[in-house]
Design a binder for this molecule. Sequence first.
Ligand code: PMV
Ligand code: MG
Length: 358
Amino acid sequence: MIEASAPGKLYLAGEYAVVEAGYPAVIAAVDQHLFVRLKQAETGKIHSTQHPDLFVTWSRHDHHICPDAPHPYQLITSSMRVVEDYVRTLGVDTETLYQIEIRSDLDDEQSGTKYGLGSSGAVTVGVVKAVLAYYEQAVVPLLVYKLSALAQLRIGMTGSFGDLAASSFGGIVAYHSVDRTWLKDMMEHLTILELVTQDWQGLSVESLDLPDGLDLLVGWTGSAASTEQLVADMQSQLGEDEKEAVHRQFLASNRTCVERLIRACHENDRKIVRETIVTNRKQLQEFSAGMGIVIETPQLARLCQLALAQGAVAKSSGAGGGDCGICLVDSPKQKEKITEAWEEVGIIPLPLSIAYRE
Ligand code: PMV
Ligand code: MG
């Protein structure tokens, strides 16, 4: 029996800008996980707590994984197939069948509520790790990230893959996104082995720590948001010159701010880290006003104001429009005060910490 897990994630800074090749973001893996169990079996099977009553069976045709009926697990099968394509190029046989069982703590199962902690990223990373382990391959973070990105790209998923970097590496990462256009082109010309062994244009992933004395506090607004929709709305505006200029300006100022944040983490500089979170929040507010999209909803604004009132810094996290806000606190006392203030207005503090690499 193979067991693998992948942590959820939250953006600390750099969201939206990171969708462009080579732009930085800082993303934290959080200690809420998705778990994958895999074992060899007579029949290929996929089961996930996402659809508790659905059991998808699969068989092999010419070594390849073929589900026996239409199913909603495209991301899971794409992840399985990418790893199998990879191991086959290493000369490994892919002939056995196996069962995959997925359990996620990233969503609230009872209510089906999504917190926006990156469950699709975590399921990709979790399945890639489990299938790599099944074929006795080393489960190395950069390889896991690359195979996960390919699995998502193959089924046409959009975005920066920053969630995949955080889930694959754990801890806090400074992430510069891969150039998707370059990667798509390479996918057509290279074998998967060549693809994963070469450097990816634009990509860098580096581990970071928050300065001593700063702690992460996460509040959930109570409403789920669609990242894909928000990013699509943003991108659909880019045809107009005026919006294009807003976007360009945002990218440039964002880069300066997020690179300053990364440096401040390296230099253990709490004051500058706080400043950059405040600046990044302002940049996102201006960007959303200029683009005509809602990132910081009234509930996210309230979440930030209540944190600021206690002397902490706070901002929306990720695409916004709901989901979570993050806050950096200086002391347990401050944390307690903010938590109480949030609860009074219906913001739910999530019991999350940063998930460091095992
Ligand atoms: O809402 P989240 O936590 O999934 O973050 C989305 C971050 C974006 O930069 C807006 C999109 C992306 O793919 O990077
Ligand atoms: Mg979100």
